[in-house]
Design a protein around this ligand. Structure first.
Ligand code: UDP
Length: 239
């Protein structure tokens, strides 16, 4: 599919929404993210979003003691992403941004069903589209869902929003001399020590040649700076 240079897919984890609380949704963070996304929309970018569900539940942890099956835990995780999507929808709407949630698992009272053509139409109209319920299948992650949807809508990149400026040669929180790696290949990103996304997500990005931009979305104005390619913008790109 042809890439739209103005179209991006932003992926952030559920944990990002929890902030210091570590669980649930912090509305201040929700509002902050909505403001950041609004500033990008105002510059003419088309924005799709995938949010994780880790602030509520992850399949692997839910299934730890064997009482809940892994697959059921995964469906619970997917449901958690819907909670986050509905919350984000509210925050964007409060900011005056048009937004639709599309779910990979049918729940018509809450969200539209995922229909790629319809999603693209929303984006063209300047609406944000939040893709909820991951890929709709257990054993996947929302990183993979992000790469999948990003590829489907012809995004020019997937933005992996983190709390650091990008990928470093060593942990920047432990080492002062850690160096930001500006560009690396998908194969480099698949190596053990660089956990930018899970292997399935990176392999899918490689196959579809979808660049992964790893950046800090928690510095005000940073996302727009990166998208506008400003010279002092800090990020890492996997391509
Ligand atoms: N999940 C799934 N299939 C998907 C996406 C997500 O089964 O396509 C489940 C899985 O259990 C995962 C949970 O939903 O742990 C929450 O997603 P994720 O861990 O990716 O969230 P994040 O870490 O980004 O907050």
């Amino acid at each position: 599919m042809k890439r739209n240079p103005k179209r991006i897919l932003i992926k952030f984890s559920g944990e990002a929404l929890a902030g210091d609380d570590g669980f649930g949704i912090n509305t201040k963070i929700l509002k902050y993210l909505a403001d950041e996304i609004k500033s990008v929309i105002k510059e003419g970018f088309e924005v799709a979003i995938v949010i994780g569900g880790g602030n509520f539940i992850r399949g692997v942890s839910a299934a730890k003691d064997g009482i809940i099956k892994r697959t059921s835990g995964d469906y619970m995780g997917m449901l958690a992403t819907v909670i986050n999507a509905v919350a984000m929808q509210e925050a964007l709407e409060n900011d005056g941004v048009g937004v639709r949630v599309q779910s990979a698992i049918k729940m018509e009272e809450i969200a539209e069903n995922f229909i790629v053509r319809r999603a693209i139409r929303h984006l063209e109209k300047g609406r944000v589209v939040i893709f909820a319920a991951g890929t709709g299948n257990p054993f996947f992650t929302t990183d993979t869902a992000g790469v999948l949807r990003g590829s489907e809508i012809g995004a020019h990149a997937i933005i992996k929003a983190t709390k650091v400026d990008g990928i470093y040669d060593k942990d920047p929180e432990k080492y002062d001399d850690a160096v930001l790696i500006k560009e690396l290949s998908y194969d480099d990103a698949l190596k053990e020590n660089i956990k930018v996304m899970d292997d399935t997500a990176i392999a899918l990005a490689r196959e579809n040649k979808l660049p992964i931009i790893v950046c800090n979305m928690f510095k005000k104005g940073n996302l727009l700076k990166i998208l506008k390619n400003e010279p002092d913008a800090k990020y890492s790109i996997v391509k």
